[in-house]
Design a protein around this ligand. Structure first.
Ligand code: HEC
Length: 158
């Protein structure tokens, strides 16, 4: 048993090394998806156009941390945050940058909208500037062509 544990431990170490290198000099897509997974965005949002890459990143992340990750939004309540496959076409870079850091600013002052704003505010982006840049750089490339009707459009100020 001890031997088996030792083996698993060494294997885990091996898996961690490529995972770290991968995060540092991957493509825009690899870096962005790594943050999307790390920050658990996938628990409420799908990116159907790139779901295979997201699943692969989830697996790599789970292995590197030795944890099991929650299921993706797709498996559960899809209405949670919606699919972001075309978000780069639907929103400008400026909008995305501000919204992800300060979602509350974007919602109207009606009671229902404030409730929704609170929900999203709790999920505003928290992380380093470098992580945020990697995330937004990738999100901007998401232009699948399938326009999404954002469910919360009526709550946005503009
Ligand atoms: C707990 C669930 C939850 C998590 C986690 C979450 N979001 Fe959201 N997100 C929402 C909800 C709710 C909305 C508002 C949209 C709606 O109600 O349809 C939203 C809206 C958005 C929008 C605007 C969508 C549009 O159509 O304009 C973007 C972009 C977005 N989220 C990105 C992210 C990113 C990136 C992360 C990870 C850092 C993240 N979200 C984490 C629930 C979540």
């Amino acid at each position: 048993m001890v031997q088996i544990h030792g083996y698993v431990y060494v294997l885990a170490l091996f898996l961690m090394i490529p995972a770290a290198a991968y995060a540092q000099d991957g493509s825009v897509q690899q870096k962005g998806i790594a943050i999307f997974v790390e920050k658990r965005c996938y628990t409420c949002h799908t990116v159907k156009a790139e779901s295979a890459q997201i699943e692969a990143a989830k697996e790599a992340f789970a292995k590197s941390k030795g944890v099991e990750l929650k299921e993706s939004a797709e498996d559960k309540d899809e209405s949670k945050g919606g699919d972001l496959s075309n978000i780069g076409a639907d929103r400008t870079q400026e909008w995305l940058t501000k919204f992800l850091k300060n979602p509350k600013d974007y919602f109207k002052d009606t009671p229902d909208c404030k409730k929704l704003a609170k929900k999203k505010e709790r999920k505003k982006f928290k992380g380093t500037d470098a992580e945020f840049q990697d995330l937004v750089a990738w999100i901007e490339t998401l232009k699948s062509g399938n326009k999404q009707e954002a469910g919360f459009e009526s709550c946005l100020k503009e």
